[in-house]
Ligand binder design. Structure first.
Ligand code: FAD
Ligand code: EGO
Length: 461
């Protein structure tokens, strides 16, 4: 059987190892970090993630859906926090439509352990990719002691994240398109401890959102009754919050209701001393080199986190790849070619959607408008359940291809625009009638209309 090297033992790499091994490929996973299962604390990155339908489908196929769902916390609605502290819940849709708050580390550990259960998988930690020769199927890794090792495989799968080393090697090839954008916003994570009595500090089973134009904060619940809050803000503003006093004034002004829950001391100390982390959006094409290499997950399409789809999209990559392998009876060359064709269109669409949300959430999401938009979405969905699926619903609760989600949204927008245009003359007529009500009822006008009707009436009536 053919051999596969998977670079990166993160969420997507560990999942891809399960998929490939189940097909009988000989799989070697090379991960730069040490085994997270042996670590006390894993630094960096968000602590929890929103898992939705696409990600769940992938987990189901490797037998992990039930365990992940049972250890996550469902979120059936968003909870919008107004500036004055008012909280307004807006359901995601039907009762069975919820997103799951899952622990990143726990999920990664489950995936690694699941992959290792298969006899044809081997893990190599503390191996960082430094070079590869795609034609020879040869990869060189550096180890933590500074030494180098070389490995061979029929296929290299790059699942090594937004700053992918495999992608970097692919960029040397001709006809490889690449685009990366760092947005002006950075993010910082804050931990909200349980309230006295070991209870959640806020309503559980919600995705909490504070929308303040340029500043956004969200909170997802954890199993241990804490919340992970993520503050999104321009680096320029983060820079000005370098003293506890400045942080306190800022939070009092923008997120007053969160202050007592997070604790003034904790917030002021953490925000004034921590570094905000950058957010990057990466698009590239193609995703493969002949029958030798392919990239998936963030390596192929890192996106800004404003749709909660990065991991879900990466997990769906594995599902799509697996389906195409089946279709071509494990023929690698045909599979890689079709994977690029099919998946690059959809992943690009999702990157665009995430970026669009970044813009929209700042412009209109001064919570009132957010509320209005979501309520209208829900109302139309309730009215036409088979025809009018809101964009967030098709992205998060269906496996409709991402580019199709955009197309649906476009015809819906066109319809709304048309309905508005068509209502213009009707409104004008109505307005005219209201303004001139007395005159319409005047005898001469009524007579004119009667004469008109008389003249137009077909003779047979
Ligand atoms: P990664 O998770 O980055 O894993 C890459 C792995 O490769 C790592 O283990 C790394 O150590 C290893 N590696 C890197 N370079 C090398 C190398 N040279 N050699 C060997 N190994 C290497 N997505 C969601 O679906 N829902 C959410 O709610 C959500 N929230 C997010 C919030 C924030 C703030 C951010 C930043 C992202 C969020 N995402 C979310 C996106 C999600 O984190 C990513 O899409 C996901 O982690 C991608 O998985 P991956 O395996 O492709 O990459
Ligand atoms: C008008 C206003 C149209 C991530 C607002 C669309 C994203 C966008 C970052 C939420 C939920 C999971 C998330 C909604 C919109 C995660 C998410 C949404 C954030 C930020 C996030 C929603 C982690 C955008 N899903 N979402 O509809 O509830 O709507 F607020 Cl900053």
């Amino acid at each position: 059987m053919k051999s596969v090297i998977i670079v990166g033992g993160g969420l997507v790499g560990a999942l891809q190892a399960c998929f490939m091994a189940k097909r009988g490929f000989r799989v070697d996973v090379y991960e730069m970090r040490q085994d997270i299962r042996d670590m006390e604390v894993v630094r960096g990155r968000s602590i929890n993630l929103a898992l939705s339908t696409r990600g769940r489908e992938a987990l189901r196929r490797v037998g992990l859906e039930d365990i992940v769902i049972s250890t996550g916390i469902p979120m059936y609605a968003r909870m919008i926090h107004d500036l004055d502290g008012t909280r307004r819940p807006i359901p995601y849709g039907k009762a069975d439509q919820f997103i799951m708050s899952v622990d990143r580390r726990h999920l990664n550990e489950l995936l690694l352990t699941q992959a290792e259960k298969l006899p044809n998988v081997e893990m190599h930690f503390e191996h960082k990719i430094v070079a590869c020769d795609f034609n020879a199927g040869r990869i060189t890794f550096s180890k933590s002691d500074g030494s180098h090792v070389t490995a061979h495989a029929d296929l290299v799968v790059g699942c090594d994240g937004a700053f992918s080393g495999v992608r970097q090697q692919m960029m040397k090839k001709t006809l490889f398109d690449y685009e990366q954008v760092f947005i002006p916003h950075g993010y910082m994570e804050l931990c909200m401890e349980p309230a006295p009595g070991d209870k959640f500090a806020m309503e559980v089973n919600y995705l909490h959102i504070w929308a303040r134009d340029e500043f956004m904060m969200i909170a997802l619940p954890n199993q241990d009754k804490t919340y992970t809050c993520t503050l999104f803000m321009p680096f320029d503003i983060f820079k000005t919050l370098d003293t506890p006093e400045a942080v306190l004034a800022f939070f009092r002004d923008k997120f007053p209701d969160s202050l007592p829950l997070l604790g003034e001391k904790y917030v002021t100390e953490t925000v004034s001393t921590s570094k905000a982390l950058p957010l990057i959006s990466v698009k590239c094409s193609p995703y493969h080199v002949k029958d030798r290499a392919v990239i998936m997950g963030d390596a192929a399409h890192a996106m800004v986190p404003f749709y909660g789809q990065g991991m879900n999209c990466g997990f769906e990559d594995c599902v799509v790849f697996d389906d195409i392998l089946s279709k071509h009876n494990n023929d690698i060359a045909a599979t890689l070619k079709e994977f690029t064709e099919v998946r690059s269109v959809d992943a690009k669409a999702m990157c665009d959607l995430a970026f669009y949300n970044y813009i929209e959430m700042r412009q209109s999401v001064n919570s009132r408008l957010f509320l209005l938009r979501k309520k209208l979405d829900n109302f139309l969905y309730w009215l036409f359940p088979n025809m009018w699926m809101p964009l967030y619903t098709s992205v998060s609760f269906s496996r409709t291809r991402y580019h199709q989600c955009i197309a649906n949204k476009e015809w819906q927008d066109r319809l709304i625009r048309r309905a508005l245009y068509m209502s213009v003359p009707a409104m004008a007529a109505l307005g005219y009638c209201v303004a001139t009500r007395t005159r319409l009822l005047d005898a001469p006008v009524s007579e004119t209309i009667q004469q008109l009707v008389e003249r137009l009436r077909p003779t047979w009536i």
